[in-house]
Design a protein around this ligand. Structure first.
Ligand SMILES: [Ca+2]
Length: 108
């Protein structure tokens, strides 16, 4: 789970990654209302290793993106995507490990 203002209303929103065995989805909820904003699927549906998430402004445009990686046993690819469109913005190169990686976010 990660927290960050993805809607721009000044209230932190919540991002949840699916657990191991589930389709690798990321669910985003509005922190002000608790309503579901959207569910994104940043990885192939067959890669059911669990999704780890973070929130960070990776392109320094003043808006947060969602960072996601797959859990242990998966390639260590990390991606950043737009929370409002689910469109991938960045794919980070693999370290060559298949143990999964973790992601963390920052504030500017
Ligand atoms: Ca950004």
């Amino acid at each position: 789970m990660a927290v960050g203002d993805l809607t721009g209303d000044g209230v932190p929103d919540f991002v949840f990654g699916a657990g191991k065995g589930a389709i690798p989805a990321v669910a985003i909820y509005d922190g002000a209302t608790g309503a579901s904003i959207r569910t994104c699927q940043p990885f192939d549906a067959k890669r059911k290793k669990g999704v780890r998430v973070a929130v960070a402004d990776v392109d320094e445009d003043g808006r947060y993106e969602v960072l996601a990686t797959l859990g242990g046993g998966a390639l260590d690819t990390a991606v950043a995507f737009d929370a409002s469109t689910c469109q991938r913005k960045t794919t980070y190169p693999s370290f060559g490990l298949k143990k999964g990686v973790f992601v963390g976010g920052t504030r500017r």
